[in-house]
Design a protein around this ligand. Structure first.
Ligand code: R5P
Length: 293
């Protein structure tokens, strides 16, 4: 039988590639929340002996983790023979070491939790910094897709003479690839994070190449502080308003407005998470990802 896809927590931006291009049936699922807030999952479509693909927006993960696990377990109870989770944005990747002796490493716990309930994971550009690969913390097969080609294409189409800027050392992995693809110079800023919203950014002593537009690229825009501090430093140096590109549009609170207020010329994101800045479409990448499994 054909695979069947269930969409969870508003991940509807990826319905079209599965339905139209892969002809995958979209299943019917609902969550019933009891008065005491316990949740019951109902999967109305037939999943018996089928490959079930859960496409989930995991942004509000603390709220949605039990509904997600119960969905996977319900599908299994109803006879699903394989469960793949497509999580375009993978949360809990940034606590990748014990930063203080009082803490644990939540990326590891989250990896082990998901690995216990689904059979495979497909995601985009997870925040791999100290972990080198998802297999360090996930025991199931994982497919990591990248937005770098799509970002490079967007830059080529919209910015004639770019100068690529990464806000911190972990950004070099994608900044380097994108700069090569658009044939532009790049620099990496020095970031020091002292708290959730306490970030310092230093520019190296580089000169801006003549007539180039600064393009600041990060994987996650969360509080937006990394971006706003970088924008301020870039503008103070007299390089002009940067174009800001993010892969995962988390945008906590006023982050979007804060970037504009700091002087961003334009803010563009991919559609791993739905946001008004989504201009970089990753639908075709999802199809490649499914081909891997
Ligand atoms: C962390 O190092 C990531 O690459 C991002 O720079 C970070 O998540 C951005 O967070 P925020 O927007 O809260 O500064």
């Amino acid at each position: 039988m054909n695979p069947i896809a269930l969409y969870l927590f508003g991940a509807t931006q990826f319905i079209q590639p599965l339905q139209n291009k892969l002809n995958i049936e979209i299943g019917e699922i609902s969550f019933h929340y009891f008065p005491d807030k316990e949740v019951l999952v109902r999967i109305k479509s037939d999943v018996k002996d089928r490959h079930v693909i859960l496409v989930a927006n995991l942004l509000n993960i603390n709220l949605n983790i039990l509904p997600l696990i119960f969905t996977a377990e319900t599908a299994r109870e109803l006879g699903a023979k394989h469960i793949t989770l497509i999580a375009p944005y993978l949360p809990y990747m940034r606590q990748d070491k014990q930063f203080d002796s009082s803490e644990g490493v939540t990326s590891k716990y989250f990896g082990s939790l998901l690995s216990n309930h689904v059979d495979a994971l497909i995601t985009f550009d997870p925040h791999l910094h100290r972990w080198k690969s998802l297999s360090d913390i996930y025991t199931i097969p994982t497919v990591v897709l990248h937005a770098t080609n799509n970002i490079a294409l967007w830059i080529k189409e919209h910015i004639p003479n770019p100068f690529i800027i990464g806000p911190d050392m972990e950004s070099e992995q994608w900044i380097n690839r994108i700069a090569q693809k658009v044939d532009a110079p790049y620099i990496i800023l020095e970031k020091t994070r002292k708290g959730d919203r306490d970030v310092e950014v230093m520019l190296p002593a580089t000169q801006l190449h003549q007539n180039r537009t600064p393009v600041l690229i990060d994987d996650i825009i969360s509080t937006g502080v990394t971006m706003t501090k970088s924008i301020e430093a870039i503008m103070k140096r007299g390089w002009g308003s940067p174009i800001c590109i993010g892969i995962h549009a988390v945008f906590v609170g006023n982050a979007y407005q804060d970037l504009l207020n700091a002087g961003a010329k334009k803010i563009v994101t991919s559609n791993t998470l739905p946001h008004l800045t989504n201009e970089i479409d990753l639908n075709d990448n999802i199809i490649d990802g499914i081909a891997h499994i």
